[in-house]
Design a binder for this molecule. Structure first.
Ligand code: NAD
Length: 345
């Protein structure tokens, strides 16, 4: 018999949901998630011009605004019942190790969004934090023990990106403590799936490896370059688990002002990830290791005891299933681009 979880959403179908960063991967998928569940008033915001948004969901209001500017956040949050802030200047290791200032500047987005949400009388506020908020000293061994929520302190977060997340979490906690705004924070662990960045320098390992395998097959190149020695370990969460998890966390009273892991606990090495993608693509490539490339911490996994206990659920799409869907989508994008077409799904 399954235990009933503590989620109880009172959100009405015509309540206004505001989603920041919705031209990007996760927030775009979140807009689609709420739309598919029958919510009729969704306002999606991103600073990117509309043609560059990964997804534009029919019926969703799409606004191009820079949310690091306070006046824009005021406009964005007008009339909001729930605000989801997923806007951030970010990317994979290649980006966050090189552009720490850009990453730190995202603090302006959360600072103005949370104040604007509170002023607008929003009932709930969500902030997308990250596993990069965890103490890096605990992530030096590929055979890591999974990170539990209390491991963020004493703080020694990833420079730049991770510290921005920690500080923004603190804002969320204080808005609850001092001003009574119900805030929710999920520490995402490596999210991947269709509609994610797959080239250009901001892509994460699963998408990058799918693209490299597809490219190798297409060009006849038999070698794949892997960043680092391939022994670094990670867990990867499929996008559908992420959107479902955000909804559950946002509507759980036991999680107010409490950061929680949202990630898979299926730990794999990058070498194993490459093998799975090769199997999906039906090929086997010669591996070359670029030891000078950014590789991040040695190992990282999500300890899911807290989410299991509180929500009676955890992300459960297997890596193989999630990668199959991702590979197929990236292959379509790759082929469409090669043929000079833009794919609209
Ligand atoms: P993404 O880059 O696809 O989306 C972020 C979006 O925010 C982009 O479209 C970008 O244009 C927008 N943005 C940046 N600055 C902005 C501004 N000033 N005003 C308005 N929009 C702005 O990234 P994503 O993977 O969808 O990540 C969403 C959130 O989840 C981010 O906060 C990120 O830090 C967090 N996160 C993601 C992962 C992951 O694996 N993808 C892991 C941990 C945390």
């Amino acid at each position: 018999m399954t235990k009933k979880n503590a989620v109880n959403s009172e959100l009405k179908k015509d309540d206004l949901i505001v989603i920041g960063g919705a031209g990007g991967f996760i927030a775009g998928s979140l807009a689609r998630y709420f739309h598919n569940r029958g919510f009729t008033r969704i306002r999606a915001i991103d600073k990117k011009p509309l043609p560059e948004w990964y997804q534009r969901v029919p019926g969703v209001e799409c606004l191009c605004m820079d949310l690091s500017i306070e006046a824009n956040c005021r406009k964005a949050c007008e009339g909001a019942v729930e605000v989801y802030n997923l806007a951030a200047d970010m990317g994979g290791m290649g980006f966050i190790e090189r552009f720490r200032i850009e990453c730190l500047r995202s603090i302006l987005i959360n600072t103005h969004m949370i104040e604007s949400a509170w002023r607008a009388g929003a009932k709930r506020y969500f902030f997308s934090s990250s596993a990069c908020a965890y103490n890096t000293d605990l992530q030096k061994d590929p055979k890591v023990r999974a990170l539990k929520e209390s491991d963020a302190y004493p703080a020694m977060a990833e420079r730049g990106y991770g510290w921005e997340k920690l500080m923004s979490e603190m804002f969320c906690q204080e808005y609850w403590a001092e001003r009574g705004l119900k805030t929710f924070m999920a520490r995402f662990h490596n999210v991947y799936g269709p509609w994610g960045t797959w080239d250009g320098g901001r892509e994460k390992a699963p998408a990058a490896i799918c693209r490299k395998v597809i490219e190798a097959k297409d060009t006849g190149n038999t070698t794949i370059t892997i960043w680092g020695d391939g022994k670094q370990t990670r867990s990867f969460m499929f996008i559908d688990d992420c959107t479902k998890g955000i909804d559950m966390i946002m509507h759980c009273e036991d999680l107010i002002a409490t950061p929680i892991n949202l990630g898979s606990h299926e730990l794999v090495s990058i070498n194993k990830l490459v093998s799975i993608v090769e199997e999906i693509g039906g090929t086997k490539l010669k591996r070359e290791y670029d030891l000078d490339a950014p590789k991040g911490v040695a190992g990282r996994n999500s300890d899911n005891r807290m989410i299991r206990k509180i929500l009676n659920w955890e992300p459960d799409t297997t890596l193989r299933d999630g990668l199959k869907a991702t590979y197929k989508w990236i292959e379509q994008q790759y082929m469409a681009r090669k043929a000079g077409r833009q794919i609209v799904i």
